[in-house]
Design a protein around this ligand. Structure first.
Ligand code: A2P
Length: 344
């Protein structure tokens, strides 16, 4: 079976990685269509060794598309996602627009792949990047020991804010090193040589929306509304790769050795946990440009009898967004989704 695939937001940080991962993994596509705004229509994007012409989403006819990967922001998903679905495409959406709708599955390919089969609206949501890597690492522990509570502090890279986020980090860094003034635009305050404890908008409860995504999405993906999640999310001056200091409390005690053995066998996880300098994952030394979710610094919490501490690092653009979206598309292939061309 060969599928006609659309990538919406193909010129963006996530979209370009979706294209390279589709090529890398030899996704069974009869054609791949790159879509973006009118601004970049007529330009080119890379698809493996080929180049694709970028088309304007606003004037594109989706009727021949089998699978559409969306990563062009919430408002684009809201307007065009349902149009593509109505035209018979399965929409895999990277925005938060549909994630909390009961009739839209929220899927991490290693954790709840079967959820992708129930998609009454033809839309499958891709989780937030921070939740994604947390779930890959914690789902095996939850299944074996039951997680009651998760305390998590994130260290999220600039690429999570898209191409313009990375450009701002680069430009501010260069400007400050040459003693020039800077004016924050994409980020709320200076990001170069700084930390920003705000991602997305503030909610009435004092948490930011990015923090609440960790609460809502963890419960939906693990199918357990009783899990307590207490997040603090922070933007850091790193280009690629999110890191998380994770403290969990389990129903049954988990030892370091048991956790290490469980995680070493878990799909999508790579344990890097040597108690020596550099024997742990970092965004630059391990995660950036790679697929696994890395786990290190595994320790038993000194302050809680059933507490475990972990350090979790992954490439937010790959596993946190583009890779998981392509893996969801691969679930559709495995399920035997009939391509439109074959349906005649
Ligand atoms: P464009 O390059 O034409 O602006 P990032 O998250 O890295 O900033 O990328 C956002 C992606 O979403 C880009 O590919 C961008 O295309 C695309 N995009 C933004 N707004 C629209 C829109 N109104 N219609 C189609 N694509 C859009």
């Amino acid at each position: 079976n060969q599928y006609k695939v659309a990538v919406v937001g193909a010129t963006g940080a996530v979209g370009e990685t979706m294209l390279s991962i589709l090529a890398e993994r030899k996704f069974p596509a009869s054609a791949v269509v790159a879509l973006a705004s009118e601004r970049s229509a007529g330009g080119k994007v890379a698809f493996g060794d080929e180049e694709l012409l970028v088309h304007d989403l606003a004037t594109f006819d989706p009727s021949s598309i089998d699978i559409a990967l969306f990563s062009a922001g919430g408002s684009v998903s809201k307007e065009y996602g349902p149009k593509f679905a109505a035209a018979g495409a399965v929409v895999i959406d990277n925005s938060s627009t549909f994630r909390y709708d009961d009739d839209v599955p929220l899927v991490v390919s290693e954790v709840n792949p079967d959820a992708a089969k129930q998609r009454p609206r033809g839309i499958i949501a891709n989780p937030n990047c921070s939740t994604m890597q947390l779930m890959v690492a914690l789902a095996p522990i939850h299944r074996a020991y039951g997680i009651e509570r998760i305390n998590v502090a994130t260290y999220q890279s600039a690429s999570g804010a898209g191409r313009s986020g990375m450009e701002e980090l680069g430009k501010q860094t260069a400007a400050l090193l040459s003693f020039q003034d800077i004016t924050p635009a994409k980020f709320q305050v200076q990001i170069a040589f700084n930390l920003i404890p705000q991602i997305d908008d503030f909610q009435d409860n004092g948490f930011t929306k990015e923090e609440m995504k960790l609460v809502w999405e963890t419960r939906k993906i693990l199918g357990d509304e009783s899990i307590g999640v207490n997040p603090t999310v922070v933007r850091v001056p790193v280009f690629y790769g999110h890191s998380e200091a994770v403290h969990i409390e389990t129903r049954e005690k988990v030892t370091v050795d048991a956790a290490r053995a469980l995680l070493a066998a878990a799909p999508g996880v790579k344990v890097v946990d040597e108690r020596k300098p550099g024997g742990y994952p970092t965004p630059v030394t391990h995660a950036s440009g790679t697929d696994p979710v890395y786990v290190g610094r595994i320790r038993e919490d000194l302050s809680h009898p059933r507490g475990l501490d972990l350090w979790v690092v992954a490439d937010n653009i790959r596993k946190g967004a583009a890779l998981n979206a392509v893996q969801i598309a691969e679930l559709l292939v495995a399920e035997g989704l009939p391509p439109k061309a074959a349906r005649g």
